[in-house]
Design a protein around this ligand. Sequence first.
Ligand code: MN
Length: 206
Amino acid sequence: MTKVKDLVFPSLPYAYNALEPHIDAMTMEIHYTRHHKAYFDNLNAAVKDSPMADLSFDELLANISKYPVAVRNNGGGHFNHELFWSVMSPNGGGKPGGELLKAIEKDFGSFEAFQELFNNAAKTRFGSGWAWLAVKADKSLAVCSTPNQDNPLMDVSECKGTPILGLDVWEHAYYLKYQNKRPDYVAAFWNIINWAQVEKNYAKAL
Ligand code: MN
């Protein structure tokens, strides 16, 4: 994977208003240009002139307990948001296909049962954090949530694996449109999931 010092701030793969009405344009613009950009800039500042800059990004995340908390928060913040933008699309929604759907049905019983688990993970994460669909070391699927900007790649995470779908449940991700109604935001997310990308992430994680 890319060395930490060679990470680039990714371009957003669609316009700020592309995910309307599910995610409003102002939330997208602020989230991408200010929140994600700040995590990216603060990560670079935290690793500058340090041996951490020469590590691969996945190695840094996998051993995050060894590094300063600013690297954990901002490194997670950068990774998580880059994944988040990529798993949404104005042409999203519906259900996955192929091997991913088969694996979801095998590991959770049905797509609907998986949705309920994911919704509960997103809704019950107290305070700020993320809900995930991840591929575990044994290649089975898991749904879980992590606090703050942690993610399943980190050695500190209670839930370990390769995240293939993530939902940001920080208030900055939904407050302008949904205020305190996180469950409505979580429900709307299903309309914009880019399953083609999640299927690619799944194939890569196997
Ligand atoms: Mn965010």
